[in-house]
Design a protein around this ligand. Structure first.
Ligand code: 5GP
Ligand code: MN
Length: 346
């Protein structure tokens, strides 16, 4: 919990900070935000990652200081593990031998740390790093603010997703007060893509399919498409959101072939439909409306397995909605009969 993290920071000196493989905006923004927080306290932090900093985040303050390594090869008093569901997600050999501090906002996170600070009400770990600044009495500098703001906009889809709360806006407002220029950060993160991404998007969108109800959509990215577009696998990040922008579509699966017969699946949904539960069935996890997992087999098998579960979840949810309406009917007083909706088909 937070008080243990504060105590540890106050009593120790040399810290490593890491996040998951292929770090995203929250993983990197929160790691670098914590780096600047520790620097402000005259500590000796180092950010270490298994994978290099993606292009979109290279302009973040401190990004150039991130050290790429696949093992814990230096002495630290403690290692902060940011946004990881389990101890293998950072991809660092010998991590389990360290004093690990697990900081996450996923409710599915395992309590693998010696200290575990998990806050599922936080929109991003970035929001927690902001709270940590307040708890240890560090002024939110422009460096910290830019890193934390990047975490917020990437994990909330620029304040579009349901994890966006009043507190998220309050924190964002404080960050702007501390020197963040929202347009500058949005441009670096969302408008600096390589052209290969657009070429790949064309290929991927051509594969999109919907089930007969129109509520579930899915699409694929093959290695062949990547090669044709001269793109990297991660150029497909974010594509999963396109089908979800259409009215009526409630759940989407996007499968990216990472090796022959191996697919990284991104699952997205609207409203109550919980895709984290589905990702967990395949050993993955995430949030109610955004989750991921790895699938294997032929394209047809992999797509069929995840799409059938999405269809079930969507049908079940729509069934529950109808039950809710029936329940409403029961409690309506007799004289409100004329306000009843027209007879429903199901
Ligand atoms: P994405 O589709 O963008 O890769 O991931 C969406 C969400 O699902 C993120 O919050 C991410 O942390 C989570 N996620 C993605 N892949 C995995 C996985 O293999 N295991 C777990 N536990 N979570 C994942
Ligand atoms: Mn996050």
């Amino acid at each position: 919990m937070l008080s243990q993290v504060v105590e540890l920071i106050e009593s120790k000196r040399r810290f490593a900070i890491t996040s998951h493989l292929r770090p995203d905006g929250d993983g990197l923004g929160s790691s670098l935000g914590l780096y600047w927080l520790l620097r402000a306290l005259d500590k000796e932090p180092e950010v270490i990652m298994h994978d290099p900093v993606p292009h979109a985040y290279q302009k973040l303050p401190g990004a150039q200081a991130v050290r790429v390594t696949d093992r814990i090869d230096r002495e630290y008093d403690a290692v902060f593990v940011i946004e990881c569901s389990d101890i293998t997600r950072p991809g660092l050999i010998d991590l389990e031998k360290q004093f690990v501090v697990n900081i996450d906002h996923h409710s599915t996170s395992a309590l693998f740390g010696s200290v575990n600070w998990i806050d599922p009400t936080a929109s991003a770990v970035g929001e927690m790093i902001y709270n940590l600044c307040k708890a240890v009495g560090v002024r939110v500098t422009r460096e910290i603010a830019e890193c934390v703001y990047t975490a917020l906009i990437t994990d909330t889809g620029s304040f579009h997703y349901s994890n966006t709360s009043e507190r998220t806006f309050k924190v964002a407002s404080e960050l702007v007060r501390a020197g963040v220029k929202p347009a500058k950060i949005s441009q670096a993160v969302f408008s600096s893509y390589p052209w290969s991404k657009i070429e790949l998007l064309g290929e991927v969108l051509a594969t999109v399919k919907r089930d007969p109800s129109g509520r579930v959509a899915w699409m694929r990215q093959t290695i062949e498409m990547q090669e044709k577009a001269h793109a990297a696998e991660e150029d497909g990040d974010g594509f999963v959101n396109y089908p979800l922008t259409c009215d009526g579509v409630e759940a989407v699966a996007f499968l990216k072939e990472s090796a022959p017969g191996v697919y990284r699946a991104s699952l997205r949904s609207k409203g109550e439909i919980n895709v984290a539960r589905i990702a967990e069935k395949f050993g993955g996890g995430g949030h109610r409306n955004a989750a991921g997992c790895t699938l294997t087999g032929s394209w047809e098998e992999a797509e069929a397995s995840v799409v059938s579960l999405l269809r079930e979840a969507v049908e079940r949810r729509n069934g529950e909605r109808d039950d809710d309406k029936d329940a409403e009917d029961v409690i309506l007083p007799a004289d409100t009969e004329k306000r009843r909706p027209e007879a429903r088909q199901s």
